[in-house]
Design a protein around this ligand. Sequence first.
Ligand SMILES: Cc1cc2nc3c(=O)[nH]c(=O)nc-3n(C[C@H](O)[C@H](O)[C@H](O)COP(=O)(O)O)c2cc1C
Length: 203
Amino acid sequence: MAVQDFEAALQKRRTIYALGNTSPISDEQIVSLVQDTVKHVPSAFNNQSARVVVLFGEESKKLWNIVLETLRKIVPADNFSSTEEKIAGFAAGHGTILYFDDAAVTDSLKEQFKLYADNFDPWAEQANGMVQHAVWVALAQAGLGASLQHYNPLIDDEVKSTFGLPAAWRLRAQMPFGAVAAPAGDKDFAPIEDRVKVFGLND
Ligand SMILES: Cc1cc2nc3c(=O)[nH]c(=O)nc-3n(C[C@H](O)[C@H](O)[C@H](O)COP(=O)(O)O)c2cc1C
């Protein structure tokens, strides 16, 4: 792959809120793409503490119903219709990817390597973010739209009990995905010179 192809793939990934329930690739291909990505994204000390759950169809709808009913208990009733609409948009997709960190792994590393104990939580977040981004880019390359949502920790316990997941898994993000029903909106970019400093160019 030429480096330009990689840059084009990065640019193709956008936040897509308008999702359809179909997919240009098979569910097996989606699972395989997620597995390959999770496998090859790096982690601190190669600890591989990121965990991912892929929900398709009705299982994905179950997730968004948990979100809806959890929010119904805390969002004032007169504001709830916009929340309901937003959640329905996520539920309308083809599926959802849940990102977790396995605290059993991260916490045992804190014990094992006391000198770096304070670093393992931020490292786990960084590695999880890398997985999220890589999967998002891969989905976009496959022609799927996706967005990144954060209803954790409100929904964690119910999600874990519904899908039978280990208690030690900490939910970090939810990524609804599906056919691109409408393109992403415009995006502002801060001046790149303020964000990337270069020294010793062509030294
Ligand atoms: C760490 C992180 C957290 C985000 N959280 C949310 C979120 O909770 N809800 C949401 O709709 N978008 C969320 N986003 C998406 C950003 O708003 C979006 O990526 C940004 O506006 C740039 O737009 P783009 O994704 O189309 O490039 C998040 C993105 C990142 C990287």
